[in-house]
Design a protein around this ligand. Structure first.
Ligand SMILES: [Zn+2]
Length: 328
């Protein structure tokens, strides 16, 4: 059971627009809700359907108590149809079936609503069929399309929809979602910070390469701190072979940035903000080794290295130079 007001922190702009539209009774024939995984597409679509049917709506909020609200919540309202990919895609037959169902007037009212999840996964035939359906002079029919990938939707379909764009999740929200998936809090934080995207963060959690990348960062720090003379060899033998393409090199540098930012957070006694939570002992050791001045200089040097990689300077050269700058 949800209200628009429950979602307002997560999607302030979208919810404001929808509520205003409901209160002014200016409902479109079709909506396209687009946003990343976890941004609330299905919640918003369900609430919108309830708001359209509920006879006891107050200030745009459905009552969550009547027969219409209850049946939409439990997924068995006779005039609300929910279409999801059948296997990998949404097929022409699914849209054809919908079209046929919708030629009858609503069972209990004139109104009908259909919702399409992963609307970007319609086959070409399904999309064309839907387009025709959207073009028909409509009865009281409302289409609610949802997608994570707005670019995967035909422009001709988009132009018939009111588009509701959801904002990406904040890092804290991604972190909370990951933790509810069972990922440890410190891993959740690293993944959320690095990807700033829930799906990518989940993928990173499965990624052996990334786990190894993080280990290499911690090892490089240790080599710099305890066996400086081996640092260049470490870069040549281990770092460059692991961070072998451009994106990987950037990621390696980003991880180094997080490490040195963590040192600053620890100095400021803001340990909640620390990304490398599981390496607190190592961080403390780093903090005894590098001064506050060193840390600032190193952060500048890493940013500079990022620029050089971007300008296609040879990665080994960039990393060797950076390693020398990080030594005391
Ligand atoms: Zn109701």
């Amino acid at each position: 059971m949800k209200n628009w007001n429950d979602l307002i922190d997560k999607q302030p702009i979208a919810i404001k627009i929808i509520k205003q539209m409901l209160m002014r009774e200016r409902v479109s024939h079709a909506y396209l809700i687009q946003g990343d995984k976890g941004t609330g597409k299905a919640e918003i679509a369900t609430l919108l359907a309830k708001s359209l049917f509920c006879q006891h709506r107050v200030n745009g909020e459905p009552c969550n108590n009547c027969k219409d609200c209850n049946r939409i919540d439990s997924g068995n309202h006779p005039d609300v149809h929910w279409i999801k990919p059948d296997g990998a895609s949404i097929k022409k037959e699914q849209i054809a079936y919908l079209q046929k169902e919708f030629t009858y007037t609503g069972l209990e009212s004139k109104q009908k609503v259909y919702l399409i999840s992963n609307a970007d996964r319609m086959t070409t035939n399904a999309a064309n069929r839907l387009l025709k359906f959207l073009e028909e002079p409509s009865r009281q029919t409302t289409a609610i399309l949802m997608t994570e990938n707005g670019q995967g939707i035909l422009d001709t379909i988009k132009s018939r929809c009111q588009i509701i764009s959801l904002r990406p999740l904040a890092i804290e929200q991604i972190q909370t979602q990951l933790e509810s998936d069972g990922i440890t809090p410190d891993n959740a934080r690293v993944f959320a910070m690095i990807t700033q995207n829930l799906a990518a963060a989940r993928a990173l959690n499965q990624d052996e390469w990334f786990a190894q990348a993080r280990k290499l960062v911690v090892q490089l720090i240790e080599v710099l701190r305890t066996k400086q003379e081996e640092a260049l060899l470490f870069i040549q033998k281990q770092w460059i072979s692991h961070f072998s393409d451009r994106d990987q090199l950037f990621l390696g540098l980003d991880l180094l940035i997080y490490w040195f930012k963590d040192l600053i957070y620890l100095q400021l006694e803001e340990s909640d903000l620390v990304v490398f939570q599981s390496y607190l002992t190592e961080l403390e050791a780093s903090l005894r080794y590098w001064t506050r001045y060193d840390i600032t200089e190193i952060l500048y040097a890493i940013m500079e290295a990022r620029k050089l990689i971007d300008q296609n300077v040879h990665p080994t050269l960039v990393m060797e130079q950076l390693t020398l700058q990080m030594q005391r």
